[in-house]
Design a protein around this ligand. Structure first.
Ligand SMILES: *[C@@H]1O[C@H](CO)[C@@H](O)[C@H](O)[C@H]1NC(C)=O
Ligand SMILES: *[C@@H]1O[C@H](CO)[C@@H](O)[C@H](O)[C@H]1NC(C)=O
Ligand SMILES: *[C@@H]1O[C@H](CO)[C@@H](O)[C@H](O)[C@H]1NC(C)=O
Ligand SMILES: *[C@@H]1O[C@H](CO)[C@@H](O)[C@H](O)[C@H]1NC(C)=O
Ligand SMILES: *[C@@H]1O[C@H](CO)[C@@H](O)[C@H](O)[C@H]1NC(C)=O
Length: 514
């Protein structure tokens, strides 16, 4: 069976290739709103490449609160006349109205994620990495990693701990890089049929470069450290290149606002937009250009949406920073209290600068349970946020830790949170939360280079939706129903007809057709 489907690598949509059988979820109910899927050294549910159905038919993948994960069904388009008599919510797909192109989807190779993945037996590690990166997994094509320590590390560190070493002669990658993250990244790359594009972000400069001589709390880069800190980025890129890992993009600073908050409890460094502009135009931008790293994309902000469009205007207007900046990175925390119109305002001000989601996780506030084994609401929050973002020009979405332990750690600062995959080292098992499937409904089907196209409805109620045209010509429609009511939906597709869908309560759907 597997042998015949090796052909899938070469001819992904070859209709004659017998399709590899999809391994179903092994569900386990921990008493929350839905269930997790259990994997171990010998078993894991998967998602083989879809084998396309002929024109006039469509594939539908459904996950729901009650029972299903990536449940595959097939259907036929109906002519407009013979379409269902009750039409329900009516959508119109217009592939000629196009928006942004999509960079992709992914998760983060934090120190903690790498440590936790490597705590499993080797075959279980392979099942976990395959679940995200292989052709039978979610096929993530983006990844983010911490440059030096972050809170999802087991200690505080940077790459230059020698006080006053402004020449960075003692710069050295650490065991977190060499023994944990880099080996995991390489295994993911080997399994993947597409390049995994890596985004690197620093949380803090070495304490001796900062006003407060600390990793945490209120503290900024000392003015005479602006150039050494730019050189540190080059050393990082050189060191990863020496390990044969190339970095696709950098963010100037993870959450630059954090370090302007007195008493902030984990690794941070404070910047204002004006300071970031000055550093990018006088130090980082010219230094990357002079050292042959101008092909590495540079993103600013890397913080919450509510700072837009002001942060972008302050960095990109006037001066030369804009010539070094490719993108604006956004995190999802606070999206409930900040309108997504900030994203399209920013896009309309800077149409050539992309917007990319670079961090999101659940269970991060003191009012919530850190880890919930099987929360359907958390799938809904992920899928809703991604759909809102892509409908406001965001080009991709990178989740936070790829995996954590079942209490949401390790985290040296005690900032435990949830993850799509939770690991039990003791049982040599891992658990796929509903959030894992939320990511897959996008990452598996919407390919890098896909273009978002118009999908409109006069009254879509509480449904969230988006449509994409893939580079291979296939069309993807994603619809989320967060209500308890079963709902009929029809989509009018030019040259195909009516796509009739019955969306069960609390369900997420991906439709794929040519
Ligand atoms: C691994 O999971 C499979 C499927 O759930 C199960 O049959 C098998 O017993 C598990 N293996 C171990 C060692 O728990
Ligand atoms: C990097 O790749 C080169 C060429 O394939 C190889 O010779 C070298 O050993 C690799 N270095 C590391 C650290 O993997
Ligand atoms: C900065 O640019 C904006 C918009 O291009 C312009 O209105 C403003 O006057 C400029 N400010 C300065 C200080 O140059
Ligand atoms: C942003 O996009 C939304 C949804 O398409 C639209 O309703 C809104 O008017 C847009 N706002 C701006 C400022 O462009
Ligand atoms: C997860 O990691 C944290 C921090 O190391 C630890 O305190 C906690 O006990 C771990 N949880 C489990 C279930 O091992």
């Amino acid at each position: 069976m597997r042998l015949t489907c090796l052909l899938l690598f070469v001819f992904p949509y070859l209709a004659t290739c017998q399709q590899q059988q999809q391994q179903p979820c092994a569900p386990r109910d921990y008493g929350y709103s839905s269930f997790v899927c259990v994997c171990n050294a010998t078993y894991c549910d998967d998602l083989p490449r879809p084998v396309l159905v002929p024109e006039g038919q469509y594939l539908l993948y459904t996950s729901d609160k009650a029972a299903s994960r990536f449940l595959k069904t097939e259907g036929f388009f109906a002519g407009r006349a013979e379409g269902p008599s009750v039409r329900g919510v009516e959508y119109i797909l217009d592939p000629t109205t196009t928006y942004q192109s999509i960079m992709g989807f992914g998760g983060s190779f934090t120190d903690s994620a790498a440590i936790i993945i490597l705590s499993l037996s080797t075959p279980a590690q392979d099942n976990l990495l395959s679940s995200y990166f292989s052709p039978t997994g979610l096929e993530y094509n983006l990844g983010r990693l911490n440059m030096g320590g972050c809170d999802f590390s087991t200690r505080t560190y940077t790459y230059v701990e020698t006080e006053g070493d402004v020449e960075l002669t003692t710069f050295a990658l650490q065991p977190e890089d060499l023994d944990y993250k880099i080996p995991i990244i390489k295994r993911a790359q080997e399994m993947s049929s597409v390049p995994i594009k890596l985004v690197a972000s620093p949380w803090s400069a070495p304490p001796w470069m900062k006003t407060n001589n600390d990793y945490i709390g209120f503290g900024q880069l000392l003015p005479d450290m602006y150039q050494p800190w730019a050189n540190y980025f080059v050393k990082f890129l050189d060191s990863y290149a020496a390990q044969n890992v190339s970095i696709w993009a950098l963010t100037a600073q993870n959450e630059p606002i954090d370090g302007n908050v007195p008493g902030f409890t984990f690794n941070c460094m404070g910047w204002t937009a004006e300071q970031q502009k000055k550093w990018v135009e006088e130090n980082l931008g010219p230094t990357l250009a002079a050292t042959g790293y101008d092909h590495v994309l540079l993103m600013i902000m890397d913080d919450q949406r509510y700072n837009l469009p002001g942060w972008a205007e302050k960095v990109l207007n006037n001066g030369t920073a804009s010539q070094y900046v490719d993108g604006i990175a956004v995190h999802w925390y606070g999206d409930q209290i900040s309108a997504p119109d900030r994203l399209n305002q920013t896009h309309h001000l800077f149409p050539d600068v992309f917007i990319l989601g670079t961090e999101a996780c659940e269970g991060d506030t003191p009012f919530e349970q850190e880890v919930i084994m099987g929360s359907w609401e958390r799938l809904e929050n992920y899928a809703h946020d991604i759909l809102v973002d892509v409908n406001h020009w965001v080009t991709g979405w990178i989740d936070w830790n790829l995996a954590l332990n079942t209490t949401g750690g390790p985290n040296w600062a005690g900032n435990f949170v949830d993850s799509p995959i939770l690991v039990s080292q003791e049982k040599d098992e891992f658990y796929k939360n509903p959030m894992f499937y939320a990511m897959g409904h996008f990452s598996k089907f919407v390919k890098a280079g896909a273009v978002r196209v118009a999908l409109t409805s006069p009254d879509s109620g509480s449904l969230d939706s988006a449509a994409f045209l893939n580079p291979d010509g296939t069309t993807v429609i994603i619809i989320l129903n967060r209500s308890e009511v079963e709902e009929l939906v029809t989509v009018q597709v030019p040259e195909r007809g009516t796509l009739p869908l019955t969306l069960g309560p609390r369900s997420l759907h991906t439709v794929l057709f040519q």
